[in-house]
Each structure stands twice: as C-alpha cells, then as structure tokens.
Design a protein around this ligand. Structure first.
Ligand code: SAM
Length: 258
C-alpha cells in the first residue's frame, strides 16, 4: 500500500512511522508513506497556505490552490506509475464519519490512500466539495490539526495489511474486529502477588480455552460496551447467555459461567 499525507508539519510524522511494526512494514515494502509539505505546492513568493475567512470570524482557513495542486500532482504520479484504480482522498475533519475498525478494514483493501491534514480553522469548503472523496473524524473532539488523526488512521490500517503482524489471527481477536471487545489476556508468572491466572488457561485444553475466551469477550462487552452486542454475531446459546447476564443484578465472575 502507498500512503500519501499532505500536511503543514511533516516533522510530526518522523517518530511514529519509524518505530516497531510500522518500520518493519516499511522495511519489508508492505507499505510506503510519503509525507508532502502543502507549502511546497504554493506559487507565491511567501508560500502562503492560509487566508482570512470570507464573512469574517477568528482564525485562518487553508486555501484551496496548494491542496488541489498537491493532490492532483500526487494522483498523476500514481496513475503514471501504477495505472488507474479507485484512489480515496481523505480529509481528516471532526465533521467526518467516525473512524472505526470497520473503516480501517475497508481502507486496508485499497492500494493507495491520500490523506489531507487540516490546520487552523480548517480547509476551504471547495476542497470538501470538489476534491476529497471521504471525510474521517477520529472522535467527537477537536484537535489542533489533522496530523495526529492521520497517524491514528494510518496505524490502524497498516496493522491490518497482510504480513504486517506476525500472525494473521492476532488481528481477528482484537477488540472491535468481530463486534466484541477482546477477552482478558495473561502472561507468566502464573501467580503474581497471590493473583492467579484463571485455571482454564493453564489446562492445555484448547477447546475449553477458546470457549472461555469467547464467553469472556461477551461478558466484557456486556459490561463495558453493551450497545456493541446488538450487532455482534452471536449464536443462540450466546444470546441466551447475554439475556441471562443482562437480567442478573451483578455479573458473576468468569469461572462461574458455564
Ligand atoms: N473549525 C473546524 C470545525 O469546527 O470543524 C475545526 C478545525 S481543527 C482546529 C483543525 C484541523 O484539525 C481540522 O481541519 C482537521 O484536519 C483536524 N481535526 C480536528 N479534530 C479532528 C478530529 N476529531 N478528527 C479528525 N481531524 C480532526
């Protein structure tokens, strides 16, 4: 996958994209990330990227010209090198559709993404209307710029690309991947300060462990994000479990549920 990011602050991307899984994905050529400075696409001698809002009001607005120029230049490079195909042009904005694991999965299926990071009071409306194909928000709050939001989106997408994580299965059980939160995880020692790892996990019985984990994922989701269960893919027995637990005054500890 190739990801092109337009920003006024390219230096912000140095750390996150040169560490851990991400660096490995770049080294293995599973992803390439190009950071473009919007200022490089200006044509006046002051490299102006923003201007006052028509109609007045505090704060500056990112001008349309440099962003159109940048996207069109990147698009024509991509089409020249790799041919046509659908190319999402995503504006990060608190007004966009709310980012989720499903959207990360959807984006991970493209071979290219272009992300535009806004700043100041945002971007000229004509960028929304005539250039971008998608608008994404990472949450109902306002950041000072789209850079952190772009990092969040890119991180969530890249870890879903085939070969990026050691084991494909490790993303399937992740919270939000199958409509449930993930089950509790433990590592050694088996007893720490008197707190023991649940017996079943030490049993070596893989069927029992899988069943316990599935139940735990359901219980955890019920406790923390019950609204997710409406859309989760549960069988009849699991739906009964949810109904039983939802009507009991307190959720029982995990080992009592079988
Ligand atoms: N005035 C704009 C509004 O009310 O919609 C907010 C502008 S914000 C201060 C500056 C930039 O930060 C935005 O253009 C956008 O790129 C980015 N941004 C802020 N909050 C965001 C969020 N929740 N998700 C994605 N991007 C965000």
């Amino acid at each position: 996958m190739q990801i092109d990011i337009l920003t006024l602050f390219p230096q912000m991307f140095q750390g996150p994209f040169s560490t851990g899984i991400f660096q490995r994905a770049i080294d293995h050529k599973l992803v390439s990330v190009n950071i473009h400075n919007i200022r490089d696409y200006t044509s006046d001698k002051h490299h102006t990227v923003d201007d006052y809002a028509y109609g007045g009001g505090a704060g500056m607005i990112l001008k349309p010209e440099p962003i159109f120029e940048a996207v069109e230049s990147i698009k024509s490079d991509i089409y020249r090198e790799k041919g046509g195909g659908e190319l999402p042009i995503i504006l990060l904005t608190p007004q966009g559709r709310l980012f989720s694991q499903q959207i990360a999965l959807e984006l991970s299926r493209y071979s290219h993404l272009i992300l535009i990071c806004g700043r100041y009071e945002g971007v000229d409306e004509r960028i929304r209307e005539h250039l971008v194909t998608d608008e994404i928000s990472i949450g109902d709050y306002v950041l000072s710029g789209g850079e952190l939001a772009a990092m969040v989106v890119v991180d969530a997408v890249v870890r879903l690309l085939p070969g990026v994580l050691g084991s494909e299965a490790s993303t399937l059980d992740d919270s939000h991947s199958n409509g449930l939160l993930e089950y509790p995880q433990y590592t050694r020692p088996a007893v720490y300060r008197g707190w023991s790892v649940p017996e079943v996990l030490l049993s070596g019985n893989h069927a029992q462990i899988a069943r316990w984990r599935r139940e735990q994922a359901i219980i955890r989701t019920l406790e923390r994000r019950p609204e997710l269960l409406d859309k989760a893919n549960l069988n009849l027995e699991e739906r009964r479990l949810v109904n039983r637990l939802s009507t009991s005054p307190t959720l029982p500890p995990s080992d009592e549920i079988h």
